[in-house]
Ligand binder design. Structure first.
Ligand SMILES: NC(=O)c1ccc[n+]([C@@H]2O[C@H](COP(=O)([O-])OP(=O)(O)OC[C@H]3O[C@@H](n4cnc5c(N)ncnc54)[C@H](OP(=O)(O)O)[C@@H]3O)[C@@H](O)[C@H]2O)c1
Length: 369
């Protein structure tokens, strides 16, 4: 039986990936993390013949290398990817193992592009961006293009409710902050322009319980990948992430948390305090775990929309594509080698059925509006 090593397994998405693998993939799973108490809290009740846990700090490179040895496939859930994520990828590829992550950061994608030849030489699949956005959004953008072949603008909106713990998805928040230092680009009017968190913000109607929601644009790997797959003029990803304080980008550029550990640690403390307050607020508002993505495709005066809901929350949403990808790799159904993205894994028209098979329990609707 094939063996899958999961790094950072008790994270926001990682815990759902492990559960999905245990249920849907015929393999043995080793779920790892650096904190024993957190590992036990997440997986002790699940220990079975096909799931074991191990303490592993994924940035202790000799230990990581040793842990990779008996594995066939490594799933990297350690975030934020923008902070040296490719160092982990490099060790996995050098150990000769197939690799999956669900990064959204463009800086990480660029680092993995530099590892493409290395993975191809070793005949390995190195899959990135298989989460919600990018991931489900990438495939839904391509569905949108099938519906509106002359589409010029593709937009993704994401909103989520409460988290089960205050610091859940800390890696996602820090990913957006760290990424600011790497000068991400948006795809606007057919070309790439530098952008920053908070540049483009607005209210967008989202389904209940969210209603009219304040969203902020922040580009992901979709902005790099989608224009190569279809000739659109604009690609935008918007997130409901609260307000960005004035001068935020300038402060982050000065503090450089993407380069300096002391600054990363300082920003981490501020983010954790603010996440704790947000968690309390979401609970008091009675918000559940549910999350939703809305895809909007615009061609002239025509508009097509799709909604995909996730009753179990954002972590679960990000877990379906990694599970589908792992299953395909274990079954030898992925022939592509080197750097792969969602479109190399699954046909857009197969997404909804495949997500159902991987445990997705939400709703999908689409309409010309
Ligand atoms: N494409 C998508 O839709 C999507 C969705 C979600 C997340 N993401 C990306 O995924 C990344 C993680 O985000 P998240 O929301 O999952 O964050 P998270 O809930 O904070 O999970 C990150 C995990 O990494 C672990 N970790 C950090 N350093 C580690 C180390 N040295 N060794 C082992 N484990 C370590 C953390 O464990 P500790 O608690 O011990 O620090 C935590 O469990 C981000 O870069 C984010 O952008 C993408």
């Amino acid at each position: 039986m094939k063996k899958i090593l999961v790094l950072g397994a008790y994270g926001h998405a990682g815990r759902y990936i492990v559960k999905g693998l245990a249920k849907h993939v015929n393999a043995t799973i080793v779920a790892t993390g650096r904190d024993k108490a957190k590992l036990d809290a997440c997986f002790a009740a699940m220990h079975s013949t096909n799931l074991t846990t191990e303490i592993l700090d994924a940035f202790e490179m000799p230990s990581l290398s040793r842990a990779c040895e008996p594995a066939d496939l490594v799933i990297n859930c350690v975030g934020p990817y923008a902070r040296n994520g490719d160092r982990i990828t490099k060790v996995v590829i050098d150990a000769g193992k197939d690799y999956i992550d669900f990064a959204n950061e463009q800086s990480h994608f660029r680092c993995l592009q530099a590892l493409d030849a290395r993975a191809k030489e070793r005949n390995l699949s190195m899959v990135t961006a298989v989460g919600t956005s990018p991931g489900l959004s990438t495939l839904l953008f391509l569905v949108a293009r099938e519906k509106l072949p002359d589409v010029s603008s593709l937009e993704m909106y994401y909103a989520s409710g409460s988290k089960s713990e205050p610091h859940e998805a800390f890696g996602s928040v820090m990913g957006a902050i760290v990424e600011t230092g790497f000068e991400p680009v948006e795809f606007t009017d057919g070309s790439y322009v530098k952008t920053f968190l908070g540049k483009d913000k607005k209210f967008e109607p989202m389904p209940a319980p969210f209603g009219n929601t304040y969203v902020i644009a922040f580009p992901t790997i979709d902005a790099l990948v989608i224009p190569k797959l279809c000739p659109v003029k604009n690609v935008r990803s918007y997130w409901a992430m609260g307000a960005i304080p004035p001068g935020f980008t300038t402060i982050i550029k000065l503090l450089k948390p993407h380069r300096k550990d002391w600054s990363y640690n300082l920003v981490s403390k501020i983010v954790k305090a603010s996440m704790k307050a947000d968690h309390k607020k979401a609970k008091s508002q009675g918000l559940g775990l549910e999350s939703v993505i809305k895809i909007v495709a615009i061609a002239g005066t025509r508009r097509w929309e799709a909604l995909m809901t996730f009753p179990d929350g954002g972590g679960a949403a990000a877990s379906y594509l990694p599970v589908i990808t792992a299953k395909k790799i274990v079954e030898g159904a992925i022939t592509g080698k080197g750097l792969l993205t969602p479109i190399d894994i699954i046909k857009p028209s197969d997404l909804i059925g495949a997500a159902r098979d991987a445990g997705w329990n939400g709703t999908y609707t689409e309409a010309n509006v």
